[in-house]
Design a protein around this ligand. Structure first.
Ligand code: M6R
Length: 609
């Protein structure tokens, strides 16, 4: 969603803002803009389209020259993408703001301002209303004004603010939407995410709910909701500029696919002791795990699909009932949760609005919450009772790959530990499964090397398709959901995932000559059944692509293309079978000439409902 940046320091502010915004492009946007103090006055440049459109516009119309300012990439919510609706928004000359999130009561505020004859509204945005409200209350004391406005606006937001009579100073405030404050040598930054500023500094503060940051003379200071000065803990990012760059790959997505072996190793290694899973550093003990009768896994998109795999594995090994739900559904369906239940929220960003809302819903029910999150210090990680951090490093491509893979690896650790705690498997079996998991990074690497070219070739057979099906049974069905989402979000080909055994109940009527059907067939215990389903669609004209292990006995007549992957323990096959699905999606998107890392209409982190 929208990205915010701000800068105060000796460098050319416009250049820093544009460079930082470039690192937030992955969040998704349709317009961009900056506001910079130039000779004591706020100068604004903004444009619909990509950052390059803004840069081109500044080249012809002049770039604001100065050393303090704010910048923004907008993902349209209120009003179409246009120059006028782009941020920063101003209230005449006194206040300029950038905003991430949604102001729920903006209509009431606008009415109030109009009744009080304050402000001329030029855009359709909720943000412009806040600029005017700040102006309305401004009496020369910025902190007092921001606090007053904070009490009046409702919603989720982070704001970067310039007051014209406070030159060379940037103010920022946060409620729900994430915002960090970077501290360099003689320069300070604000940003929606750490990768935006990592080129300049690794040191940053996490702005908490209601806290206000003031960036002045290259230094950041803070006060709380009551206006009292506060000290904050300086954090240091555990990645560098290189990991937030493409490192020689043409796209972040393919770089992130190749990073999976390392990401899995880094995630599981610290959680294994004497060959057994050990999640106690995350606050999860075997005694605790033994108590849970029901598990709810709640998440969105890819993270929810990792939960689907988790369900199959936990139920199979630990014999505990697991319900997987989409966060936007779960939060409104009055779920039956209570004591001795565990609610697991999976989220790469840790900021997804619907997933975050689930935490609030669970509070007071007696159920425990466990967050499985990639971004350190994110809202979901901080608000859950327990947290397991995945160590995938920054994931920049909108299409999630390595984050999914590490989420799977955590699902396995949890399933093994729970199965052992509940006495469903003995120590020897637990160690054997854990060892197989430990070996997966190597197998994932072999798989990528072995099949990348095959997938590149097979993807050329998909590019002309209007629609396709992904099918599978059991764990393969759970996997096919992710394969289908990955493909549709970046190739723009309509795709659905179907339980292979369900085809005959309606969906098979969609099959026409040449329609691609991708079958995931890695579960040998039900392979025969899946093969029958593949033959059924093949007989009706489908072009079949089968993902199976190197030993699987697949009839040549049943499959037009076979993608063979290494064979490991059947329960762990998703760790390997994910790779061809990711590569098929990636190369189909590349072959279609799409913007692989920033697919249309999508945002990396969905911070609004
Ligand atoms: O940050 P989260 O894991 O909470 O994000 C959830 C989904 O928005 C995300 O997985 C989305 O589906 C991806 N674009 C899929 O590739």
């Amino acid at each position: 969603m929208c990205g915010i940046v701000g800068y105060v320091g000796p460098r050319d502010c416009s250049d820093v803002l544009v460079s930082a915004l470039t690192k937030l492009e992955y969040r998704g946007y349709d317009s961009a803009g900056i506001a910079v103090f130039e000779n004591g006055k706020i100068e604004v440049a903004k444009s619909k389209g990509r950052l390059t459109d803004l840069v081109n516009k500044m080249e012809t119309q002049g770039k604001p020259q100065g050393h303090a300012g704010i910048g923004h990439t907008r993902w349209a919510t209120h009003g179409e993408p246009s120059d006028i609706n782009s941020h920063p928004h101003s209230s005449g000359r006194r206040v300029s703001i950038v905003h991430n999130g949604i102001i729920e009561n903006y209509k009431d505020i606008k009415k109030f301002l109009i009744e009080n004859e304050h402000g001329e509204f030029l855009s359709d945005t909720d943000t412009e209303v806040v600029a005017h409200l700040l102006d309305y209350y401004y009496d020369g004391n910025p902190i007092k004004c921001i606090r007053k406005v904070l009490h009046e606006i409702r919603g989720s937001f982070a704001l970067g603010i310039l007051f014209a009579d406070r030159p060379e100073t940037v103010y920022a405030v946060r409620c729900e939407s994430p915002l960090i404050v970077g501290q360099g040598k003689g320069e300070a930054f604000i940003a929606s995410d750490v990768p935006a500023i990592i080129k300049y500094t690794k040191d940053y503060f996490l702005l908490e709910y209601g806290e206000i940051a003031v960036l002045k003379n290259g230094l950041a200071s803070f006060c709380d909701l009551h206006g009292r000065m506060i000290e904050k803990e300086l954090k240091t990012a555990d990645f560098d500029e290189d990991s937030a760059e493409k490192g020689g790959y043409p796209h972040f997505m393919i770089k992130e696919i190749h990073e999976q072996p390392t990401a899995v190793k880094t995630t599981i290694t610290p959680r294994i002791e004497c060959g057994m899973p050990n999640l106690s550093e995350c606050g999860i003990t075997p005694e605790e795990l033994k108590k849970f009768n029901n598990i709810f896994i709640v998440a969105c998109g890819t993270a929810m699909h990792a939960g689907m795999v988790g369900k199959y594995v936990i139920e199979k090994l630990a014999r505990v009932s697991v319900t997987v739900d989409i966060a936007s559904e779960f939060r409104y369906r009055d779920p039956l949760i209570g004591e001795n239940d565990l609610v697991i929220i999976i989220s790469q960003s840790g900021e997804t609005a619907d997933s975050k809302a689930v935490l609030n819903l669970v509070k007071g029910t007696g159920a425990k919450t466990l967050a499985i999150v990639n971004v350190k210090g994110s809202s979901i990680a901080r608000e859950a009772d327990m947290v397991i951090y995945t160590h995938a490093g920054p994931e920049i491509a909108v299409a999630s790959t390595k984050a999914y893979m590490v989420q799977l690896s955590v699902m396995y650790l949890l399933a093994f530990q729970m199965a052992f705690a509940k006495g469903r498997i003995d120590e020897e079996e637990c160690q054997r499964l854990t060892l197989e998991l430990v070996r997966t990074p190597e197998v994932i690497e072999q798989t990528i090397n072995r099949i990348e070219n095959v997938c590149r070739y097979v993807s050329t057979k998909l590019i002309t398709a209007d629609s396709l099906l992904y099918i599978g049974r059991g764990l393969d069905y759970a996997l096919s959901m992710e394969g289908s989402l990955k493909l549709k979000e970046i190739s723009y080909i309509h795709s659905e995932s179907y339980a292979a055994g369900e085809l005959k109940h309606g969906t098979i009527s969609l099959i026409t000559d040449g329609m691609p059907v991708i079958a995931v067939a890695t579960q040998n215990s039900i392979l025969e059944k899946t093969i029958s389903n593949i033959k059924e669609v093949k007989a009706r004209g489908a072009m079949t692509i089968v993902i199976c292990d190197i030993q699987a006995d697949i009839d040549k007549e049943a499959a037009d293309y076979i993608i063979r992957i290494p064979k490991i323990n059947e329960t762990l096959m998703p760790m390997v079978a994910t790779v061809p699905m990711q590569l098929l999606a990636y190369y189909t998107s590349v072959n279609k000439g799409n913007d692989v890392d920033k697919p249309r209409n999508l945002a990396k982190s969905v911070t609004v409902e």
